[in-house]
Design a protein around this ligand. Structure first.
Ligand code: GDD
Ligand code: MN
Length: 370
């Protein structure tokens, strides 16, 4: 007879793995191939403000500005704001040097006297932005082509679309195995959620918003870390679509050192975002509500099921249960299978993130070399 502990462990594991797999298959089969239901006008060329927040980005900022400068978006309709929060490595000087050598781009620098965090800096820049569209982009990211910005803006020609983000891929190096596998899976999820209505996870590498909507939601939240995802979700909660699209691609640098700490910090931000979002689920558009609920569940609850299942299973194995020993061994051996390994590691990051949020929120985080 299978005893109770074992039965509970199996049931929890079944839900833990079954629900995300079912969600993924549902998104893939039902939504991924569907039409967008969005009208895209490539002649739509509103004024755009690109905001680059920086803290100690001297090493990367010039190539980031090159990347923006090579965009095919009409120069006269493009404004770039670098908002720096008291960098100590000469970031502002690097920006000034770059702009001296590359006239023709409408670039301004806002130099804050002290570091109050990324979202605070974005709000500061927003007050100076003249664009009807505001695009946020991290200094350590690259856009895939010179059409990236134009493509993103074209989606916003549709009155129902309020915000657009990229699909993203890690640059070679470091933990590409884990990071690349993780991305391949999530890009599909984000695209399919976007087709269903909206995705609650946006990327700081490129997040484009209609300015009036940014203002309507009160700018970027300074009390949580995932400014990009949370702002996009607030836009979606107002009935507009916040979508990740596949003709807008970003490349992100992944830190070689401190990869785990980096993943935990970002998971902390997402956890903060979903906790804060849960309060508003009631007013989500009908097609967005299930996505929001499932994503909140996957980030906040589902990882614990795995932890409890593993604990119970190991306990039974230690007590000498033959079935538990077999299942535990299979669970361990399966770690050679990459998608499974990546999944399990991600669950550990989420658990650590939820716990770590209890004592530190990482709203202002240590700069990592990439
Ligand atoms: N102005 C300003 N002030 N910029 C900052 C600050 C700050 O206090 N802190 C970080 N930044 C800038 C960085 O210089 C970089 O351009 C961008 O914000 C993102 O910072 P990273 O240090 O590269 O963070 P990340 O890549 O791990 O963070 C990602 O996830 C976050 C949510 O978890 C990005 O996508 C962020 O945009 C996102 O908020
Ligand atoms: Mn980054």
């Amino acid at each position: 007879m299978v005893d109770l502990g074992l039965a509970i462990a199996l049931a929890l594991a079944l839900v833990h793995f079954g629900l995300p797999v079912a969600y993924y298959l549902y998104l893939r089969v039902v939504w991924l191939g569907r039409p967008w239901g969005v009208r895209r006008d490539h002649s739509f060329k509103p004024r755009v403000t690109v905001i680059v927040p920086t803290y100690n980005e001297a090493r990367l900022i010039e190539s980031k500005l090159d990347d923006i400068a090579r965009q095919d978006y009409p120069r006269g309709r493009l404004e770039v704001i670098v908002v720096d929060s008291a960098s100590t490595d000469g970031t502002v000087e690097a920006v000034r040097r770059w702009s001296g050598g590359s006239p023709g781009l409408n670039l301004r620098v806002i130099s804050e006297p002290s570091r109050m965090g990324k979202a605070y800096a974005l709000n500061n820049a927003l007050r100076h932005a003249s664009g009807d569209i505001v695009v946020i982009t991290d200094a350590d990211s690259r856009w895939n082509s010179e059409r990236t910005l134009s493509n993103a803006v074209a989606w916003l020609s549709d009155p129902t679309v309020g915000a657009v983000t990229c699909v993203k891929n890690p640059e070679r190096g470091g933990f590409l195995g884990v990071e690349g596998g993780y991305r391949g899976f999530y890009n599909i999820v984000r695209l399919a959620e976007s087709k269903a209505w909206s995705t609650p996870v946006f990327h700081g590498e490129l997040a484009a918003f209609k300015r009036e909507l940014l203002e309507a939601v009160g700018g970027f939240p300074t009390d949580i870390g995932a400014d990009d995802s949370h702002t996009a979700t607030l836009v979606a909660l107002r009935g507009y679509r916040a979508i990740a699209v596949d003709d807008v691609e970003c490349i992100e640098k992944v830190p070689e050192e401190g990869y785990h700490a980096w993943r935990v910090r970002r998971a902390q931000h997402l956890v903060q975002h979903f906790l804060k979002t849960l309060r508003h689920v009631g007013r989500a558009p009908n097609r967005f509500k299930p996505v929001l609920l499932v994503e909140a569940y996957l980030h906040l609850v589902n990882p614990w099921l795995l932890l409890v299942a593993i604990t119970l299973m190991l306990y039974q194995a230690l007590k000498g249960s033959f079935i538990a020993i077999v299942i535990s061994t299979v669970g361990l051996l399966l770690l050679v299978h990459r998608p499974y390994r990546i999944w399990v590691i991600t669950q550990l990051y989420l658990i650590m993130a939820i716990l770590r949020n209890i004592w530190i929120k990482e709203i202002i985080w240590a700069k990592q070399d990439k």
